[in-house]
Design a protein around this ligand. Structure first.
Ligand SMILES: C[S@@+](CC[C@H](N)C(=O)[O-])C[C@H]1O[C@@H](n2cnc3c(N)ncnc32)[C@H](O)[C@@H]1O
Length: 234
């Protein structure tokens, strides 16, 4: 991965690097719900979870604030949270453990996965039946030559379309105006229909929002959060 460490042209708040955490990889290796080789579960994620519950997916999950809360609130759904950085997932694992312990539960509906979203179709198949996917505050990559790295770039949306269920919904949030407006075009180009679009989520009346790490940072600064739902509608 060359571009993982190349933050050229990024908004400074997206340039923040996570410090190396020596404990992250050993703790992940000992974690029953951390998956280091997710390709082995392609088409078989129900076997990983050991049940038939629906599976939802978050890509670029960061420190797992969102997915931990989501999984706690929805014990009848399984969640796969993907990030490229093990240090990030290490912090995420601790956040999951803490939130579940505070609520007297053991995490049994989460898989933490280190994987590059560029190759998401190597670990998810249509048979996994993913009907909900979250993209929260992905890096905006504002320079034209870097746009293709965006997790909402039209080529990636086509790839997601290949494995998402027919009735799937992608939930997308960002602070970044350029990324949001361009993503509208990417979703259209890739054949998705957009609904429930708002350029100010927190004043939109949309209920049940779970605030992510980046969402808190930007909304504390007064930046309105942009949001949409996109349907592949195959
Ligand atoms: C700006 S952070 C957002 C974190 C979190 N979703 C939030 O809303 O606070 C973007 C995350 O995406 C991850 N990421 C970036 N490119 C990725 C890729 N190609 N594959 C997987 N994860 C990626 C980064 O490591 C980082 O944790």
């Amino acid at each position: 991965m060359s571009f993982d460490n190349d933050f050229t042209g990024q908004d400074t708040r997206y340039r923040m690097r996570i410090r190396k955490k020596k404990w992250a990889e050993p703790e992940l290796a000992a974690c029953k719900y951390y998956v280091n080789s997710p390709e082995q579960y392609k088409g078989r994620w129900k076997e990983f979870f050991g049940n038939d519950k629906p599976i939802e997916l978050e890509i670029g999950c960061g420190k797992c604030t969102f997915i931990a809360e989501k999984a706690l609130r929805s014990p009848d759904i399984n969640f796969i949270a993907v990030d490229i950085k093990s240090d990030m997932l290490g912090v995420g694992r601790r956040n999951v453990e803490r939130l579940f312990a505070e609520n007297g539960r053991t995490p049994d509906n989460i898989a933490l996965v280190r994987h590059n979203v560029e190759q998401l179709d190597a670990m998810i198949a249509p048979g996994d039946g993913i009907a909900v996917m979250y993209i929260n505050f992905c890096n905006p990559w504002p320079r034209l030559k870097h746009n293709k790295r965006r997790l909402t770039y039209h080529k990636k949306l086509r790839m997601y379309r290949g494995f998402l269920a027919d009735d799937a919904v992608i939930y997308f949030k960002t602070d970044d105006d350029g990324l949001f407006e361009d993503s509208l075009e990417y979703f259209r180009e890739a054949g998705y229909t957009v609904r429930n679009l708002t350029r100010d989520l927190h004043n939109s009346g949309i209920e049940g929002n779970i605030v992510t790490e980046h969402e808190k940072m930007f909304s504390d600064e007064g930046v309105p959060i942009k949001y949409l739902e996109a349907l592949p509608g195959k």
